[in-house]
Design a protein around this ligand. Structure first.
Ligand code: R5P
Length: 307
């Protein structure tokens, strides 16, 4: 039985359709003070259940709703709860950056395990070490193969050999190497980025891993990141590349965790031709913009659920 939280109903519907199952009903009542009451109206005794919830904005609300759904299923006798959490909120807070901070991801993991989740399916985690936080099985999928298909299409127009893959920060080096390999060893480089931990301001310093004698002038850059939040990282990266002669930029990011201003930042006149994201996070109509294209991960999730 497939259940959907309220954060990404369109993705849940697509997954259910791929599985040839209906979405099972859930009652979610919101009290005037904002508290939620969740009820599973149909029998789930002995059933394998799947709950889809993207843990993006409003993050805490979506988490609480998910915990209540999982609890309701377990209390009602579900045999198994598989949590499809295409975007795992708080994943960037995976260690103490400055003394005195909480490790928020660790708290989230405790909640997920305590509430009785049996296993998790998720996408493009910020760090490959995150699964180590969990004591339950976690399947970590990636949108990179979807991106590779699209990049090949762009390559047909722009000639793949004039394309350079770019990671906008050192944290994405593994991701960019995998993608370069998927595309048959396309050239790649990494921008050394610095972020002020207090203000959140981003600065691009220099390019590393650029193959010798690579001339960026006239090249098409494909900038790949795990997520876009404020859009600052992408904007700074494309300005940085433009100064080095790159003529156009295509952006690929798995999670569209768009802040209010992100669509404005990304649609400003620039050398950015297109921004590809996936539906791991639902992008409401008001946050969509002309250069945006949303690719669906529903088939990958459905295939994993069928295994
Ligand atoms: C950071 O390390 C991530 O990989 C992303 O680059 C970052 O979270 C994007 O955030 P923003 O869009 O706010 O720059």
């Amino acid at each position: 039985m497939v259940f959907s939280g309220s954060s990404n109903i369109s993705l849940s519907e697509k997954i259910a359709r791929q599985l040839k199952l209906p979405l099972s009903p859930l009652e979610i009542h919101i009290f005037p003070d904002g508290e939620r009451r969740v009820r599973v109206p149909e029998s789930v005794v002995g059933k394998n259940t799947v709950v889809v919830q993207s843990l993006a904005k409003p993050v805490d609300q979506n988490y609480m709703e998910f915990f209540f759904i999982a609890d309701a299923l377990k209390r009602s006798g579900a045999e198994n709860v598989t949590a499809v959490l295409p975007y795992l909120g708080y994943q960037r807070q995976d260690h103490v950056f400055r003394s005195g901070e909480a490790v928020s991801l660790d708290v989230i993991v405790k909640f997920l395990e305590k509430v009785g989740v049996n296993n998790i399916i998720t996408f493009d985690l910020h760090s490959i070490k995150i699964p180590e936080f969990f004591h339950i099985p976690i399947k970590h999928l990636s949108a990179l193969s979807l991106f590779a298909e699209k990049i090949r299409e762009i390559g047909k127009v722009a000639n793949l050999w004039d394309v350079i893959l770019v990671s906008p920060d050192m944290g994405g080096i593994r991701r960019i190497k995998i993608l370069a390999e998927l595309l048959g060893n396309v050239a790649y480089c990494v921008i050394e980025k610095e972020r002020d931990l207090e203000s959140g301001e981003v600065r691009a310093n220099k390019l590393v891993d650029l193959p010798d004698n690579t001339d960026l002038r006239g090249k098409t850059a494909v900038v790949v990141d795990d997520m876009i939040s404020s859009g600052g990282t992408i904007a700074i990266a494309s300005e940085f590349l433009e100064k080095r002669g790159v003529s156009e930029v295509y952006v690929f990011a798995t999670h569209a965790v768009f802040s209010e201003d992100a669509p404005k930042v990304l649609s400003k006149p620039s050398i950015i031709k297109k921004v590809f994201v996936t539906d791991t996070v639902c992008v409401p109509k008001e946050k969509q913009f002309e250069k945006l294209e949303i690719l669906s991960v529903s088939k990958m999730i459905a295939d994993k659920l069928k295994e």
